[in-house]
Design a protein around this ligand. Sequence first.
Ligand SMILES: [Zn+2]
Length: 150
Amino acid sequence: MEFASHMDRALHQARLAAGRGEVPVGAVLIAPDGSVLSEAGNRTRESCDPTAHAEILAIREACALLGQERLAGHDLYVTLEPCPMCAAAISFARIRRLYYGAADPKSGGVAHGARVFTHPQCHHAPEVYDGLAEAESAALLRAFFEARRG
Ligand SMILES: [Zn+2]
């Protein structure tokens, strides 16, 4: 199942991020032909960069690879509901479909908070599919934050 495997890949990136001491979020960008164009996990601590979220890194890499600023026809898989910054970047990049895992009532910007794609200033909204591998995505985050508290 192509569907599941992309989310598995995003989860793998999230686990790698956890291994680096980063918040475990992973993202995979899929080209219109179904191939993986780029993949990334959070690197905010390593890069000393508050914008180094998985989605931003995957979008940057894909755009650099293609030499273009937009990714029309491309799909993004993320383990967690994107924050407002990433949702805006997804809109700017003209991503076709967004698939995400766990909902993020605290910091999400798609179904919560700013709800970027429903804002009148949003010029492009992707099709959104949520709840993919939700349990695994949420469990990773929970384990990470519990370990940090402990
Ligand atoms: Zn983000």
